[in-house]
Design a protein around this ligand. Structure first.
Ligand SMILES: NC(=O)c1ccc[n+]([C@@H]2O[C@H](COP(=O)([O-])OP(=O)(O)OC[C@H]3O[C@@H](n4cnc5c(N)ncnc54)[C@H](O)[C@@H]3O)[C@@H](O)[C@H]2O)c1
Length: 366
């Protein structure tokens, strides 16, 4: 890979390789890539804003597109932001043409497992139809590279110690299904049009690179515990008799800033022609139990709030797998990426962000 002085990527010649369990390898002659501008959909969201920050810091040209349904434009101050839905064909085509976009990083979507159980149509509409519409606009406008936010939810309840990309995908809820269908759709479009693509299957994302970028939703363990403690309630631990050493679920937590770095690496690998299709796990490869994570969170929060209620173990949730931990070997091999931030940093930075957002809300009128 070569970077010229302005930080723009110039690269050609490397053979494209397959990165996932898919088998149809293309080895077409590669065009010379001189400049890249990336459209980051969902760029005003929690992870999207980390991706925008990391890509910009890495010298990539970035434009964000977001409908602001859960996003906050303040997260991407200083970056061009198109306020539109990915399903808005005209707006997407115009954004691509206006900014000379040649690659898309697609994070826009819905992400709550619980919500998806009650509103499957909405999840298919947003996550599958949204992707279909975006792909139509992107491929019709000459976009050649595509990075897709997938999820460990595609694996469902894998009965393995470490989940590799070859572990069978058996999602157990509409959210995971919508991500898996999205991967298939992307792979089909890649085969049909030559769009180079990679699906990044994030594991459990937590932490914030800066307080302003923090997660404000309560779709994951860390922010759910913060919300309970803030309300003076005991955090809930779902299930204490799973077949794990302490009886609570084991998950692979990964810092949002590490996730963002993985996108930079994936975008560069695609534009350099080092990868052309497939899926990659984006995790640390380290299992942490919910009980240990709660202990860590309570230590950090009680340093600010004083005594806080202890976690309460309640009935396990249906379909909650006992252990989901990634093998991150493939991403390291193909992207040269590995996570570097630990769970203590995730919890500390997430709490700083939670407090920052709460303070900002109090300053708002009304
Ligand atoms: N947070 C996690 O733990 C996690 C784990 C695995 C995968 N993911 C995936 O990562 C992506 C980003 O998640 P996040 O945690 O940043 O969520 P988020 O809700 O903070 O961000 C999603 C962003 O997309 C925007 N958006 C939603 N629908 C849109 C549409 N139709 N058009 C344009 N913009 C739209 C929202 O306004 C928001 O800014 C999602 O696709 C999610 O499924 C997240």
């Amino acid at each position: 890979m070569t970077l010229r002085s302005g930080g723009r990527l110039i690269r050609s010649g490397a053979r494209r390789v397959q990165v996932g369990p898919e088998r149809a390898v293309r080895a077409a002659p590669l065009p010379i890539v001189t400049t890249m501008t990336w459209l980051v959909t969902g760029g005003a969201g929690y992870i999207g804003a980390h991706v925008v920050a990391a890509m910009t810091a890495g010298g990539e040209q970035v434009v964000a597109l977001d409908d602001l349904s859960t996003g906050d434009p303040a997260r991407v101050a200083g970056t061009p932001l198109v306020v539109a839905s990915v399903a808005d064909d005209l707006a997407v085509r115009e954004a691509i043409a206006t900014h000379g976009v040649t690659g898309v990083v697609h994070l826009a979507g819905k992400k709550s497992v619980a919500e998806s159980m009650g509103e499957p149509l909405r999840y298919y509409q947003e996550n599958v139809e949204g992707l279909r519409a975006l792909l139509a606009a992107a491929t019709g406008s000459g976009v050649r590279h595509f990075v897709f936010s997938s999820s460990a939810a595609v694996y469902g309840s894998p009965d393995v110690d470490l989940v590799t990309e070859a572990t069978p995908c058996r999602p157990v809820n509409p959210y995971g299904e919508s991500k898996l269908v999205g991967e298939w759709l992307l792979a089909d479009v890649g085969r049909a049009t030559g769009l180079a693509h990679v699906s990044l299957r994030y594991f459990n994302v937590a932490g914030a690179a800066r307080p302003e970028l923090a997660d404000t939703t309560v779709a994951n363990l860390v922010t759910q515990v913060f919300a309970r403690l803030d309300a003076g309630l005991a955090p809930l631990v779902f299930g204490g008799d799973h077949p794990t050493p302490d009886g609570t679920c084991i998950r692979d937590f990964v810092h949002a800033a590490d996730i963002a770095d993985a996108h930079v690496a994936a975008a560069r690998a695609l534009s350099a022609g080092r990868i052309s299709s497939g899926q990659l796990n984006i995790g640390r490869g380290v299992g942490v139990s919910v009980q240990d994570m709660c202990r860590l969170i309570l230590d950090v929060v009680s340093a600010d709030l004083g005594d806080v209620p202890q976690p309460e173990v309640v009935a396990a949730r249906a379909g909650d797998p006992a252990r989901v931990v990634s093998s991150a070997a493939r991403a390291q091999e193909l992207l040269g990426w590995r996570a570097t931030r630990d769970v203590a940093e995730m919890v500390r930075s997430a709490w700083a962000g939670w407090r920052h957002q709460a303070a900002a809300r109090q300053l708002l009128p009304g």
